[in-house]
Design a protein around this ligand. Structure first.
Ligand SMILES: N[C@@H](CCC(=O)N[C@@H](CS)C(=O)NCC(=O)O)C(=O)O
Length: 221
């Protein structure tokens, strides 16, 4: 749903490989909202450019700009989209299922992703050893997935909490994609392994995937 031309007022500052931006791209696609894609190259440090810091002083993607309103956190952006565009809700009506959705999202966005962020990995590489980056990321993902696997038991349908894609899925799909990239053994996580396959079949998720973004390097490079 990304547009190159800016014919819509929503602008998403994104990086193809960012799992946080991936969440927002899924949310926009599910709601059927067109947006303009603004690439921020994290490897070149563009998140620290003065102009970008004016949008998000903390220097992270994603940032969503809606007219003159700027939102700079994936969870805040997704909840903003949820409230502003009421079609295709991200939260189920059942209270327990809603709460499970919140818990899964929070485990991903506070207990896993911040610990695998570029800044943390660069710090480990510099202060400890480059060889410690991968075991660190794998341990962080494994710990979070262990909790999520337990949490979802007895609540799943086709997706995390039923037969529709909800908030938990919006956060899980990018984290599962990252787990593949970091070579996490999914044998211990049968529910999550199954969900990963199911997400691959969802057009809104496929279109939002890193490899399908305008700033992704050509495949095979
Ligand atoms: N809580 C923020 C976290 C954003 C974040 O960590 N973004 C990462 C990419 S997933 C980033 O921009 N990293 C750049 C860096 O560490 O310099 C959110 O959910 O949007």
């Amino acid at each position: 749903m990304a547009t190159e031309s800016g014919d819509n007022k929503l602008k998403l500052y994104s990086y193809w490989r960012s799992s946080c931006a991936f969440r927002v791209r899924i949310a926009l696609n599910l709601k059927g909202i067109k947006y303009e894609y603004k690439a921020v190259n994290l490897l070149k440090g563009e998140q620290s450019d003065p102009d970008f810091l004016k949008l998000n002083p903390v220097g992270f993607v994603p940032v969503l700009v809606d007219g003159d309103f700027v939102i700079s956190d994936s969870y805040a952006i997704i909840m903003y989209l949820e409230d502003k565009f009421t079609q295709r809700p991200f939260l189920p009506p059942d209270l327990q299922k809603r709460t499970i959705n919140f818990q899964v999202a929070h485990i991903v966005f506070s207990n896993i992703q911040p610990l695998q962020n570029i800044g943390v990995l660069n710090y480990i590489a510099e202060k400890v050893s480059p060889d410690e980056k991968l075991p660190w990321v794998q341990s962080v993902i494994r710990k979070g997935f262990t909790a999520i696997e337990k949490l979802l038991k007895g609540h799943t349908g086709r997706y995390a909490t039923g037969d529709e894609i909800f908030l938990a899925d919006v956060f899980l799909a990018p984290q599962l994609h990252a787990a593949t990239r970091f070579n996490v053994d999914m044998a211990e996580f049968p529910i999550l392994a199954r969900l990963r396959e199911a997400y691959n079949e969802v057009p809104a998720i496929r279109e939002a995937s890193p490899e399908n973004q305008p700033d992704a390097p050509p495949q095979g490079t």
